[in-house]
Design a protein around this ligand. Structure first.
Ligand code: ZN
Length: 155
């Protein structure tokens, strides 16, 4: 299996069987995101404990395979991380999707980075980039307590 096939495999797996697709009980942060061009919708629920660590994260929503896989992979990787680590992972991912060839953070393990890199295939397709980044922008909004719904067409 070459790298491209591995990446597609991971996306298909997460797209078909999304992890953390549910609503966290007693969440203390949440935000909604909408990508009207593709019809992707996501609602992220976050539970930070008193040490600002992600005790639980989940999402509800519907959309294309890329948006679902991205939300699934994101929630998987962010769980158990400290808030400042989450912010670093988010900005590293967004930089990678837009322009960089690889991820530069020291927080994620190599196998975790591989899961994120499988979304790098959308890089040359601006419409798909919106699908892949929707849940990430929405997570940032939740962390910052912005009440505003993320809309890919009004940014
Ligand atoms: Zn989409």
């Amino acid at each position: 299996m070459n790298l491209k096939e591995l990446y597609q495999e991971i996306i298909l797996d997460h797209g078909k069987n999304p992890r953390n697709l549910r609503k966290t009980e007693n969440f203390n942060k949440d935000a909604k995101g909408n990508n009207p061009l593709c019809g992707d919708k996501v609602h992220i629920y976050l539970k930070l404990n008193e040490n600002k660590k992600v005790e639980d994260i989940s999402f509800e929503g519907q959309g294309c395979a890329i948006s679902m896989a991205s939300a699934s992979i994101m929630t998987d990787l962010v769980k158990g991380k400290e808030e400042f680590e989450v912010k670093e992972i988010v900005s590293d991912f967004l930089d990678m999707i837009k322009e960089k060839d690889e991820l530069n953070n020291d927080i994620l393990h190599d196998d975790e980075k591989t899961k994120l890199m499988c979304l790098s295939g959308v890089k040359n397709y601006p419409m798909r980039v919106k699908c892949a980044t929707l849940s990430w922008h929405t997570l940032t909004s939740a962390i910052n307590n912005s009440q505003e719904e993320i809309n890919t067409e009004s940014n």
